[in-house]
Design a protein around this ligand. Structure first.
Ligand SMILES: [Zn+2]
Length: 323
């Protein structure tokens, strides 16, 4: 089976953005070491708004150069660079760190000409650092809907691969809005105007992120480990997440349908998800992760997991799943 681990490469969007050093560069370097050692390929979905806004912010200059160098580095090593858009960068200001206003969190909050401009600017700022043509897209906060607003930009920039959906996912708590309850239960599918409607001759290929239902017990373990051993289980990223992603109480008391992820303790569920996909007869699986959410534990675990699974499976770029 082909396994694509895809990293959303970004700062935090809550009260504290965190530093590029801790949220991206440091965990990013560890991931590139792990990939090299195990001959694995990764995909990095770069939050391109950060590159655009960062250009005009002298205080962010040093970090920006380091980020650009890291993108070039993984590009040279054969990893994939994908476009990740968080359009709330349009409203970001610098005040001893980035301050975000999430009133316009998703592209659906912008009018059509603004959406087009955002795609043009963001992809240009990112493509500069990648020799390979960018073909893959992931929406910030999974907010790909309605796709009709993005379609002309996808065509214009030949973004042929979409990977924001996770089957069964739904979050309509502000600032998020997505509902994937009607997504096809397939490994991948072509579509044209609606991301959840398969169309055989569609222009775009949806390769969804794997998902699963997590029990409250999983989150109890996660929280207890974080308390017992913060050194190993605390995120390397030093910012705070945006609100709206679910409350601690909900996680500890309810079943939650979420992505299969390489973030922190979630990494322990990947192997089971790979087996489940195999059982369904699928040839590939997409896993999401965030360098900012890596922990010492998750990086060590991932290193061993890739070494183990590589005996039977291949760790490839997302675009390799389109073949
Ligand atoms: Zn993101």
């Amino acid at each position: 089976m082909k396994i694509a681990i895809t990293w959303d490469y970004e700062l935090f969007f809550g009260e504290h953005s965190g530093s590029a050093q801790k949220c991206m560069l440091e965990p990013g370097n560890r991931l590139l070491e792990i990939a090299k050692k195990n001959e694995a390929k990764f995909t990095f979905f770069v939050d391109a708004g950060m590159l655009v806004k960062g250009q005009n912010q002298p205080a962010f200059k040093t970090e920006l150069v380091d980020i650009q160098n890291q993108i070039s580095k993984w590009d040279q090593q054969g990893h994939e660079t994908g476009l990740h858009i968080h359009p709330h960068w349009e409203d970001a200001i610098w005040d001893n760190g980035w301050k975000f206003d999430l009133k316009r969190y998703k592209l659906a909050d912008f009018d059509d000409s603004e959406v087009e401009q955002i795609f043009d600017n963001y992809i240009m700022a990112l493509q500069k650092w990648s020799k390979e043509k960018i073909v893959s897209y992931r929406a910030g906060g999974w907010c790909i809907q309605p796709f009709s607003k993005l379609k002309s930009s996808f065509s214009k920039h030949q973004l042929n691969i979409e990977s924001s959906i996770f089957q069964g996912g739904k979050n309509v708590t502000s600032p998020y809005y997505y509902d994937f309850k009607n997504a096809p239960q397939k490994e991948k599918w072509y579509f044209e105007n609606h991301e959840c409607e398969e169309l055989e001759n569609g222009s775009f290929l949806e390769i969804p992120i794997a998902s699963k239902t997590y029990s409250p017990l999983f989150f109890w373990k996660l929280f207890v480990l974080g308390r017992l051993s913060p050194k190993n289980h605390k995120s390397i990223g030093n910012g705070s997440p945006a609100k709206g992603g679910g409350s601690k109480k909900d996680f500890l008391t309810k079943f939650n349908h979420l992505c299969v992820s390489a973030d922190g303790y979630f990494v322990t569920e990947i192997e089971r998800a790979v087996r489940e996909a195999e059982k369904k007869g699928w040839n590939s699986i997409v896993i999401i992760g965030h360098p900012k959410a890596c922990t010492l534990f998750s990086l060590n675990y991932l290193d061993k997991l890739i070494a183990k699974l590589s005996k039977k499976h291949q760790f490839v770029c997302l675009k390799d799943l389109a073949k």
